[in-house]
Design a protein around this ligand. Structure first.
Ligand code: PAF
Length: 288
């Protein structure tokens, strides 16, 4: 295994990446660390499609709406570096807070109506923080392709739109969600679930499956689909459904009558852990 190069400063990163230009596509996987199989899938895809791969690890305070969430966010830098080395990452960017925000930013990226619903409605400022740090990272790294998980569907839609709106010269690649055997989407937050909570956690995925089934079967009434799907979650003192919405996959605005592809997304609190998941769904075309 070749030793993994690590840099802290944007100027050093630019120097390394600059020397690679012209030698094939450069792939970039931005992360906040605590790498799991979901991140591994992003890195593996970048590795397959690009000549060089850069991974960043930066726990971005700007996107945390709760101080305790930021504090509790898992930090596992040595294990993360080992994963990057094993997967053949060329360069690991580990900027400090001072490097990314030498002063609190005066200019930030406003995702507008894209952040009005779904997670954005419950996490004020979250997507402004995400879009701002992603734009900074894309500018610093200068990659040709950047990889994001489809599990964070709202984030992915916002990043795609930001890149289009600001003419950022990068291709955004969405990578399908990795799941445990019982359907639970992999997330850095899953480690916080105790045994009882872990048993309940797949209920969100089950509700999404029900919604998908109803929509594919021709049910066009979004409220009826949501009601039937959320009944699957059931009631338990440990469960609290934050939202379960059916929205347009690009504008992220709620849909009332389902006539084409939609994004079905939910957030479920399981004990003290907030889990999100989603699926793309569409009415099945009638056979002729
Ligand atoms: O998905 C994440 O891990 C973060 O939101 C990202 C894209 C690395 C920005 O901090």
């Amino acid at each position: 295994m070749t030793p993994l190069s690590q840099v802290e400063h944007a100027v050093d990163l630019r120097r390394s990446v600059g020397a690679w230009h012209g030698g094939g596509p450069i792939g970039f996987v931005p992360t906040m660390g605590a790498l799991h199989a979901g991140h591994e899938r992003l890195i593996e895809q970048a590795r397959r499609e690009c000549a060089r791969v850069v991974v960043s690890i930066f726990v971005n305070p700007l996107q945390f709406d709760r101080a305790d969430d930021l504090e509790r966010y898992p930090r596992t830098i040595e294990a993360d570096a080992a994963i990057c080395a094993r997967l053949g990452v060329d360069l690991l960017f580990l900027p400090t807070l001072q490097e990314m925000y030498p002063t609190p930013p005066a200019c930030t990226v406003d995702p507008g109506t894209l952040a009005e619903h779904l997670c954005g409605a419950y996490r004020p400022g979250h997507f402004r923080g995400v879009a701002t740090v992603v734009l900074k990272l894309l500018n610093i790294v200068g990659a040709d392709r950047a990889y994001f998980g489809e599990k964070d569907a709202q984030q992915l839609a916002i990043v795609r739109r930001m890149v289009a709106d600001f003419n950022v010269p990068v291709t955004i690649v969405g990578v399908p969600t990795i799941r445990e055997g019982d359907g639970l989407a992999l997330s850095s937050r899953n480690v916080r679930l105790n045994a009882q909570e872990r048993l309940l956690a797949p209920r969100l995925h089950q509700a999404l499956g029900t919604a998908d089934h109803l929509i594919a079967g021709g049910n066009t009434d979004a409220d009826a689909v949501k009601n039937a799907a959320t009944r699957v979650i059931g009631s338990d003192d440990l469960l609290r459904l934050e939202y379960f919405e059916i929205v347009d996959p690009d504008t992220l605005q709620p849909v009332e009558a389902i006539a084409g592809p939609v994004l079905v997304a939910g957030a479920l609190w399981v004990g003290g852990t907030r889990l999100i998941d989603n699926c793309r769904s569409a009415p099945t075309s009638p056979r002729h």
